[in-house]
Design a protein around this ligand. Sequence first.
Ligand SMILES: CC(C)(COP(=O)(O)OP(=O)(O)OC[C@H]1O[C@@H](n2cnc3c(N)ncnc32)[C@H](O)[C@@H]1OP(=O)(O)O)[C@@H](O)C(=O)NCCC(=O)NCCS
Length: 168
Amino acid sequence: MSKPHWRPARASDIAAIDAIAARIHPGLFERPDVLAEKIRLCPDGCHVLAAEEAIVGYGLAHPWRQYQIPPLDGFLIRLPDDADCLYVHDVAVLPGARGGVARAYIATIEQLARASGIAALALVSVYATQPLWERLGFRAVTADAELRVKLASYGDGATYMLRDLAAT
Ligand SMILES: CC(C)(COP(=O)(O)OP(=O)(O)OC[C@H]1O[C@@H](n2cnc3c(N)ncnc32)[C@H](O)[C@@H]1OP(=O)(O)O)[C@@H](O)C(=O)NCCC(=O)NCCS
């Protein structure tokens, strides 16, 4: 059996993405239309992990502003003209397909950022994944009061992290 591979996400993948999100993030619900909007606005940043018969993971990223967090389950409406980071909204992979795949997805996103003249990647780490993201070059950023309020909707322990591409 061939290994699952990342490929660009399509609108027709939304049902599969939604099913994985419901399984992996039961406490962080987002409407399928909200996820579909990200694919529409930034198709190059949104990928699915395709196994032979099924989709087993996804990664969603789009240009954004550093130190700003799009609201969970909220529409982006439009991407900023002055984007200074690629914001990794979520990476979720079914347990059986894990191992090296987040690293591969982030490498794709890094290439996209560099090709777009964007010098940073950003994300919100949840479920104590901070050490994993540190391994991939992200650093936790001290949140000011405004950022802390936005982080709260992502649950306890949510941490805003940045990776400076100029430094690597
Ligand atoms: C997050 C997730 C996508 C990672 O997928 P994965 O394929 O297991 O990740 P990788 O193997 O590519 O891990 C990246 C690096 O972090 C390391 N790592 C993994 N778990 C770690 C941990 N708990 N602590 C420290 N490092 C860790 C890996 O060893 C790897 O480093 P290496 O390539 O130098 O060996 C997967 O665990 C998942 O879907 N989790 C549930 C959803 C979730 O938490 N998403 C993130 C929301 S912020």
